[in-house]
Design a protein around this ligand. Sequence first.
Ligand SMILES: [Ca+2]
Length: 261
Amino acid sequence: MNFVFQSLVFLIVYTLGIHAATDHFRWPRHRGHGNSVELCNGLINYLANGGTPRRFHFPCLCILSDLEQTESNLNTQISTLASQVQSQTMQLAAINQALATTNSHLMAVCPDSTPLRNVCNNNMAPFTFVESADGCVAICYRVVGNTLNYADAKAACTADGGSLITLDTPEKNALMVNTIRTSMTLKDRSLWIGLKFVGNQWVWEGNNAPATFTDWATDEPDTNQPCGSLNQGKHHRWFDQKCTKTIDAALCELVVPTMGG
Ligand SMILES: [Ca+2]
């Protein structure tokens, strides 16, 4: 740009038609190809230092013409690039819009687990937050008690602000069972879950809904054993028990209303 500016200065001076004597500046002998830019620079420096111009013609006019052409070409390229940037910006906006739509669809399919995570982490009792790999299922659980019956297990969960766990979907059950199976402290413990036989059907304590999904172990449930447990004899499935029986511990959970239990 500096060179363009210098050239413009020269053009102005030339246009004014100043024809005074050139006392100190001398055109280089060689005016041919290869050093015309140096020639123009020399003249411009001469003028900038107070030299008086005279009889300007030939080589610099050619250079100025080239510069004008170059400037025109650059402006064309700038215009093209600006157009490309605008096009890319519009494409990016379209991609961002599609991404937002996809995210909203994902949110519709998988509830946001953030509220449950926050409740889990902020609870006074030490609950643990676990989430499925796809983020669609989350559990805030805690194992409490040491050898207790169903009623005491239910009370122990309630004392921590939670309830005996509801495992009403295959996904939630799989997440909890896998968590227990891979835990050194839990994998061998039998645990009460919030499942009871009421009237003629199995019902979840947490939401009073009938258990439409079940994961009973082989030959379970028995008769007259109206309380549900998990992991008896290291089998990672469900067992019914007499409610007065004492087993290892209670499997509790915290829920938030938006998680739907
Ligand atoms: Ca049984």
